[in-house]
Design a binder for this molecule. Structure first.
Ligand SMILES: NC(=O)c1ccc[n+]([C@@H]2O[C@H](COP(=O)([O-])OP(=O)(O)OC[C@H]3O[C@@H](n4cnc5c(N)ncnc54)[C@H](O)[C@@H]3O)[C@@H](O)[C@H]2O)c1
Length: 462
């Protein structure tokens, strides 16, 4: 009897300690999705009326904006209707460029913080293209949609969860496209690799890596009003994640059959940027928030992992990493671009004279080139030469703009949607929350509010 009593107490103690452990294991910082307002549905696969001529207003003409205007002059069926920047000289310079190409002058808006409201309200505009500093992106994007325009916003389009939800809700209410201008999705290696993934060459993708590693010392002093240094100074976390995470999420079909579930971030102390401020500006900054190097790990619903890194100060070669590990192969872009494949996946036609290739090393250059030719993405084929001539980071910026206009002209769903914008930008506020809480896991909400499994893969409408 005594023996049984002892066993009973022992059993209860074990059960209690196990359930406490389970409790401890289950702790996340929750970031629940706000309920969808009544009368509103998702915008997955959104199709709008075709626009044979797309009339564009550009807002923000600093370092990035003028190149976008120039690229659009190479696309048939685009009218550049309005140019807007706080600074008069920026607007005049771009209008001169249009005139020098024999194009009509665009309407000019400058000189006032709120002048962009006149540009988004113009009745003869279909698309508002936003390339201002980060903090102006969301108010302009929301107003543009309310004024009946589609909107394309530079990276990162939004910085807080409230702003991300506001863009989603406005797009769902107005039924207007709202996309982030994430050009890195359209680089040649990334698109070719995406095509390989979609054709099964790398097997199931289980892990992806991406980054923004780019010393910004030559640029810090050139941003309007020091907006970029200010943001880094006052925010911990990965403040520029979209170039790294965008192409990885496309390869993993995020919100098209899988979803991001949670993240954990770890950063280093801040050395490089405070040293820059001291050396170049004589400023002693002791509370610089953004660490030199930030790593964020994400797990998906389907059991995949993603590593995203951010570093804008260390002396390192430029890198977006872009790496995919699959069950049958491996792709890597930086610092060495290459593919490694399981022997069974190596097409003898592509391998040519090379024998006994294995995944233990990258495929030889010749084989890699043959493979990339074979798997060139269909959307690149017709415009590759033109994209390389017009340029914009080697051509990817042109492919992005071309695809945006192509889909709007034909009334097709765009390649990226507002939920991509949300997922990729959410790393900014959520990594900050994780870091401010000793790297605790933070839940990433389902921005589609229940529809993440409805589409089955990333598609580029033709
Ligand atoms: N996708 C890429 O590869 C890439 C590359 C560079 C920059 N960017 C992004 O482009 C955006 C712009 O960056 P940038 O380097 O051109 O910065 P910038 O500081 O050179 O330009 C910002 C411009 O916004 C204007 N502006 C500020 N407030 C305004 C207002 N109220 N109304 C109208 N204009 C206003 C400023 O006058 C300035 O000309 C940022 O989001 C940046 O992250 C993306």
């Amino acid at each position: 009897m005594k023996h049984n009593w002892f066993l009973f107490v022992f059993f209860v103690a074990i059960t209690l300690s196990w359930s406490c452990k389970k409790e401890a294991l289950a702790q996340f910082i929750e970031t629940p999705a706000p309920p969808r307002p009544a009368g509103q549905t998702d915008v997955l696969g959104l199709r709008c009326d075709p626009l044979p001529t797309v009339r564009v207003a550009f807002i923000g003409l600093g370092m990035r904006g003028p190149g976008a205007v120039e690229r659009m002059t190479h696309i048939d069926g685009v009218e550049i209707v309005a140019l807007c920047d706080l600074l008069e000289e920026n607007v005049k310079k771009v209008n001169k460029m249009l005139e020098s190409k024999g194009l009509p002058k665009a309407k000019e808006f400058y000189g006032d913080e709120e002048i962009w409201r006149q540009a988004t309200a113009l009745p003869d505009v279909d698309l508002v293209y936003v390339a201002t500093d980060w903090k102006h992106h969301v108010p302009i994007g929301i107003q543009a949609m309310k004024d009946g325009k589609h909107v394309a916003i530079e990276v990162p389009s939004a910085l807080t969860m409230d702003d991300i939800w506001a863009l989603i809700n406005t797009s769902e209410q107005t039924r207007k496209h709202c996309i982030q201008l994430e050009n890195c999705v359209y680089d040649f290696f990334e698109l070719t690799t995406l095509n390989m993934v979609q054709q099964g060459l790398l097997g199931e993708i289980i892990h992806g890596e991406g980054a923004y590693i780019h010393g910004l010392q030559p640029y810090w002093d050139q941003y309007w009003n020091d907006w970029r240094m200010d943001y880094n100074r006052t925010h911990r976390g990965d403040v520029y994640p979209t170039h790294g995470i965008g192409p990885v999420c496309m390869a993993m079909n995020i919100h098209r059959g899988d979803k991001l579930n949670f993240l954990v971030s770890v950063d280093t102390k801040a050395i490089g940027n405070p040293a820059f401020l001291k050396e170049k500006r004589g400023e002693e900054v002791t509370d610089f928030r953004n660490g030199d190097h930030t790593c964020t790990l994400i797990r998906t619903e389907k059991g995949k992992s993603i590593l995203i890194e951010h570093n804008v100060t260390s002396p390192r070669p430029y890198s977006r990493m872009f790496q995919l590990t699959g069950t049958a192969g491996f792709a890597n872009k930086y610092p060495v671009s290459g593919y490694a494949l399981d022997q069974s996946e190596i097409d003898p036609e592509v391998a040519g004279d090379y024998q006994n290739l294995t995944a233990h090393s990258f495929l030889p250059q010749e084989v890699k080139e043959a493979l990339m030719e074979k798997y060139k993405h269909p959307i690149v084929k017709d415009i590759e030469e033109k994209a390389k001539t017009v340029g914009g980071h080697g051509g990817m910026d042109f492919i992005m703009d071309y695809r945006l206009i192509y889909c709007l002209q034909k009334g097709l769903p765009l390649d990226m949607d507002v939920y991509d914008l949300a997922e990729w930008c959410s790393i900014i506020p959520l990594s900050e929350i994780s870091l401010d809480n000793n790297s605790m896991p933070v839940r990433i909400p389902d921005f589609t509010r229940g529809a993440w499994n409805r589409l089955d893969k990333v598609t580029f409408a033709e």
